[in-house]
Write a protein that binds this ligand. Structure first.
Ligand code: IPE
Length: 260
């Protein structure tokens, strides 16, 4: 019997120090690799990671979220690709240490956007890798854009699109906060264990560091598309050991589940 498929996004705020240049959270990445190894006994996984202080910093420095406007930005495009590859390589290395048959795939080679919206999405390599028992690993990236020259593809969008195309059971967004906080009528802020996408206007957003793809607000907007496609979306703090595993298997813990 085929195992259930879960798409996991390892947020940049969890796997890097967002306010420190090119600084991976090595301990967190090691623990996550161990959890992922265990999880593969129960589910199939596609892993997507974010940019954190590797991607966003350089993208911001060269205003790459605005598209390609002057030739001086071109070297910035190369630098973002370099830094994202560097981070992905590091994560690949940690996964190999755990014996995970990871298969890195670069979105710049299989996704093209138009005005920052995904237009061409060649997901066959992801599907073929999964069928062979490999674990696809991909990431938020800088990609070519038909209208703007280039665009930043957020790992959140990529993970959502993969979840829909591959008919995943769950989509897990791992970040460095416990989930989504909402305001109660008395003004307190509490973690929403379950959140209806129709109630998103009530949520309180928190974000830290430089993020050119929009943080929690963007995550929730993106996640709504997956929820509408019948996929359960879970958001939680993967820097806390065990939370990633509990979200992937939908076991009780502190996290937010998005429902229709
Ligand atoms: C951003 O990916 C990738 C680049 C800036 C090139 P994400 O938007 O998914 O990254 P995080 O998770 O917010 O750091």
């Amino acid at each position: 019997m085929n195992k259930d498929l879960v798409i996991v996004k390892l947020g940049g705020s969890a796997i890097t120090y967002k306010n420190k240049a090119f600084a991976p959270r090595k301990g967190v990445i090691e623990t996550l690799a161990k959890e992922i190894k265990e999880l593969l006994g129960e589910v199939s996984l596609v892993i997507v990671h974010g940019g954190g202080s590797f991607g966003h910093r350089v993208a911001n420095q060269y205003s790459l979220d605005q598209g390609l406007r002057k030739s001086g930005q071109l070297i910035g495009v190369s630098k973002v690709r370099y830094r994202m590859t560097e981070l992905s390589q590091m994560i690949t290395g940690e996964m190999i240490k755990e014996g995970i048959p990871v298969f890195p795939l670069h979105p710049s080679s299989f996704v093209i956007s138009s005005s920052c919206k995904i237009r061409l999405f060649f997901d066959k390599p992801v599907k073929a890798a999964l069928e062979k028992g490999l674990v696809p690993l991909t990431f938020g990236d800088i990609i070519l854009d038909k209208k703007k020259g280039i665009s930043i593809l957020s790992g959140d969008d990529l993970a959502c699109r993969l979840a829909i195309n591959l008919k995943a059971l769950r989509l897990v967004y791992g970040t460095d906060v416990n989930g989504v906080y909402v305001n109660t009528p008395s003004g307190d802020k509490i973690l929403a264990k379950k959140l209806r996408v129709s109630e998103l206007s009530k949520v309180r957003f928190c974000s830290a560091g430089v993020d050119v793809t929009g943080g929690m607000r963007h995550k929730l907007k993106t996640a709504s598309d997956a929820v509408k496609a019948g996929i359960k979306v879970l958001i939680g703090n993967i820097t806390v050991p065990g939370v990633l595993s509990n979200m992937v298997l939908e076991k009780p813990d502190n996290y937010t589940v998005l429902i229709p």
